[in-house]
Design a protein around this ligand. Sequence first.
Ligand code: UDP
Ligand code: MG
Length: 323
Amino acid sequence: MEQPILYMIIPCYNEQDVLPETAKQLGACYTDLIRRSRISPASRIVFVNDGSKDKTWEIICRLHRQDPALFSGISLAHNAGHQNALLAGLMTVKERCDITISMDADLQDDVNAIEKMVLEYQKGSEIVYGVRSERKKDSFFKKATAEGFYKLMQNMGTEVVYNHADFRLMSQRALRELAEFREVNLFLRGLVPLLGFQTSCVYYERQERFAGTSKYPLGKMLSFAMEGITSFSVKPLKIIIILGFLMVAVSIAMLIWAIVSKLFSTTVPGWSSTVCSIWLIGGMQLLCLGVIGEYVGKIYAEVKQRPRYIIAEFLDQSEGSAS
Ligand code: UDP
Ligand code: MG
């Protein structure tokens, strides 16, 4: 089988402490894979500098000078965030390679899984997910919040691969389809499963961050989860409708109770009407809000202009189209 050209995409934000080691390990891995004819010698490791404030870009430039046939760099104009940096890298290289693998800069993902991913690709998968088999090395807090994140996403109706972050192989074909998704609010973990195609998983054990600190503190992780939910599902809007119905039902019960109390016991004048209107109006408002929300949800889906289908195969018998 022909050796694929593999481009690794590594987004880096203030990663000067880990970058030299990451480059060393990945470089060694590449040299080995090329020597064993697993990947083409035209393969590259591409670091995407996401507007770092430290010496990250200097290090990337130095790596490129030392070994231009192995290391490449892309520098973004400003800090665009992890997901955007990743997409920028993928879209920039997609016409130069057969496959890409995206990986974090901090060596938490297993370098040895790269070869397994390439093998899965050669067996026919267009997308290969790197999935953490366990989280022994993560702190209790990180583990709980991260796993809570995946559960929340699933409950809210976003299809994500459990315990898969952004360590994944994508073929050129999958990347071309991904390029058709033009949304601004980017959540790649939710988008990639929408592509379909033949996929598979490679399991690996997640390591501790090699050096430096996490660029995803709790606040960023929460807003990332919000992004994932609100970009993929209108379930929160539906919850409002259900709440509205419940409130109206409760208000009807209250109405009956208020009338009964008025008839059979002495109530403060004005109590019944006040109580009833509060509940009824509250319920009706929520209900109406929910209905409006339903339409807002539709508009929101339209505005995205996501591709409505992806062609997996094209059987064409016209001349000159054999490939
Ligand atoms: N990152 C980035 N831009 C940002 C934040 C993070 O490119 O604004 C990169 C970072 O350099 C790393 C990856 O995204 O390669 C994942 O970040 P990190 O390892 O800090 O996240 P964690 O593993 O703690 O969730
Ligand atoms: Mg990390």
